[in-house]
Design a protein around this ligand. Sequence first.
Ligand code: NAI
Ligand code: MG
Length: 355
Amino acid sequence: MKTYRIAVIAGDGIGQEVIPAGIDVMKIAASQAGFTCDFTQFPWGSEFYLKNGRMLDADAVDQLMKFDAIYLGAIGDPRVADHISARELILPLRQRLRQYVNLRPMRLLPGITSPLAGRAAADIDMVCVRENSEGEYCGIGGRLHAGTPDELAEQTGIFTRRGIERIARYAFTFARTRPRKMLASATKSNALQHAMVMWDEVVGEVAKDFPDIEYRKYHVDALAARMITAPQTLDVIVASNLFGDILTDVGSAISGSLGVGPSGNINPDRTTPSMFEPIHGSAPDIAGKGIANPIAAIWAGAMMLDHFGERAAHDGILKAIEGVIGNAKVRTPDLGGTAKTADMTKAVTAAMVAR
Ligand code: NAI
Ligand code: MG
């Protein structure tokens, strides 16, 4: 039987609560589809940092290279500054494992009421292809004259032709798999006259190879507004690292809850393991209460199985999620109900067994 080796970094806060839910669901999907998943837990995260002074083992990347994929919960703890927890765990893994695509579906599941009144599931069905390796999050810059009135900080954005071209090509190719075959590029070339003008040029050149895709560029502020005023006009969105980060929080908010949106950090070349995680963070405000919505983590697990080529297992999990959300009996507090993480997980696993 085919076995996939999966490294699990549940991480902090509700990461510890939603990842076990996703693992339960993937085990059922695997047994139904005739493969197995072998999960190996790693203790990395803020707790590990407080004990050892580092977020990851020094040889973490070498350890992770032995796996087919990585399943990540969330990283972030009130006792550790966010720039440490993010910059020393998530961003280095994304960069060193060459996961240059960040793929983020944003869908209003049937049965969830969108904060945009009167919108139905057909109106909100977008996927963001976010550049995940350079741009505004490249980490280049520094601080000078710290703590003095002359203090200054510089944060540089790096955009390369190679980086823009490969993310654009991935996005256009992905748009081909979608019924509407549309691609919107997020730019800001009116104000960022170097980087975003080059972004527009390179994306425009790639567009010529995809005449079957309806391509348009939007300034990112107008695009953010359009996601709210006319979400039905958007399908696939390609965006830089920072723009994609912001737009996908808008997308998951209009889909009903941050507790629903999944994400894949993908190396399409498959020379390193890709990493799948919910979009949300560690949610310290609800951590430990057992009320986190596990749907985002479960859906991220389904994306991981799809990445392995296990399309049927992915579809089975999505059907179960849609069934549970659709019949509206089980709702965690973020969706207006009183159910616990465990209730929601049980409902999804029951829906899978009942198929
Ligand atoms: P957050 O996503 O953790 O929480 C934002 C709000 O959404 C909170 O009110 C939270 O209760 C709610 N929420 C999030 N996920 C939920 C779920 N599954 N079910 C129900 N409600 C949910 O973002 P926040 O508060 O800005 O960040 C908290 C910590 O997480 C910080 O340390 C931050 O750096 C970190 N973070 C980590 C990320 C990651 O690991 N990829 C991504 C975003 C933030
Ligand atoms: Mg974010």
